[in-house]
Design a protein around this ligand. Sequence first.
Ligand SMILES: Nc1ncnc2c1ncn2[C@@H]1O[C@H](COP(=O)(O)OP(=O)(O)OP(=O)(O)O)[C@@H](O)[C@H]1O
Ligand SMILES: [Mg+2]
Length: 262
Amino acid sequence: MKEKKTLLVAFSTQKGGIGKSTLTVLMASYFHYAKGYHVGVVDCDYAQFSIYNMRERDRQIVTTIDHYKLMAYNQLKRTGKKIYPIVKSTASQAIDTAEQLIKDSPENLDIIFLDLPGTLNSEGILHTISTLDYIIAPVSADRMVLQSTLEYAALINEKIITTGKGNIEGLYLLWNMVDARERTNLYHAYDTIIAELGLQVMKNVLPETKRYRHELTEEVKPVFRSTIFPADKRLMRGSNLDLIADEIEQITKLKPYGREEQ
Ligand SMILES: Nc1ncnc2c1ncn2[C@@H]1O[C@H](COP(=O)(O)OP(=O)(O)OP(=O)(O)O)[C@@H](O)[C@H]1O
Ligand SMILES: [Mg+2]
């Protein structure tokens, strides 16, 4: 099989609680189970390891609840896709961990999503960030969050991108938790400021919605955020996950193995 570089992408910003881990899981599962890419995840969120732990919980549910067991079996039969690997790492060693994961994977990985802590306070983390291909910084329309994200983006720009040292091909802001009633004027004003700073913003935004609470539990219900299934179609509607995934595909010019020569 033809060797192709595995893309390294992180939803990353210094602000906490803004959707980094959530987006990592939603996109990893959507790219892997729904779009057919081969995905890997490196969870570097030390102490929390929220994605790694979610996988443990998901696995527990899927092996004990018949409904989900069958769903997983049918998914495997239909797509031929096993669950994607999620490995723990420190932030400084994340690239080595990703490379090891690429080596260990029986399939050629198309994309690895890394969930990083929000600090830029060590050489090791700066090295990790500079080795990524794309950084997507989730942000919400809250002055403090926006300010903190703009600082983070400016720092990455200044320390890595403009020095020409790293691999970073793109740094994008992504509006999350968008309140439909607030949209338009406010966001347009913010988008103008962001553009004036020379930063890019993703066109599609993620609405604020209650569906984010729907995880795999013992109760049988449509699932939104899981490491074993993509978001349920019924919950996808209006979530913009599909549009965000398409936009990421476009930005990164991602093409799965075997499709590029058709
Ligand atoms: N668009 C959204 N609508 C509603 N809730 C959301 C949305 N995006 C994220 N959330 C919720 O916000 C909370 C924080 O998300 P998450 O844990 O992914 O953030 P994080 O940036 O990884 O935080 P941390 O800094 O603690 O790692 C979660 O409860 C998640 O369900
Ligand atoms: Mg997190």
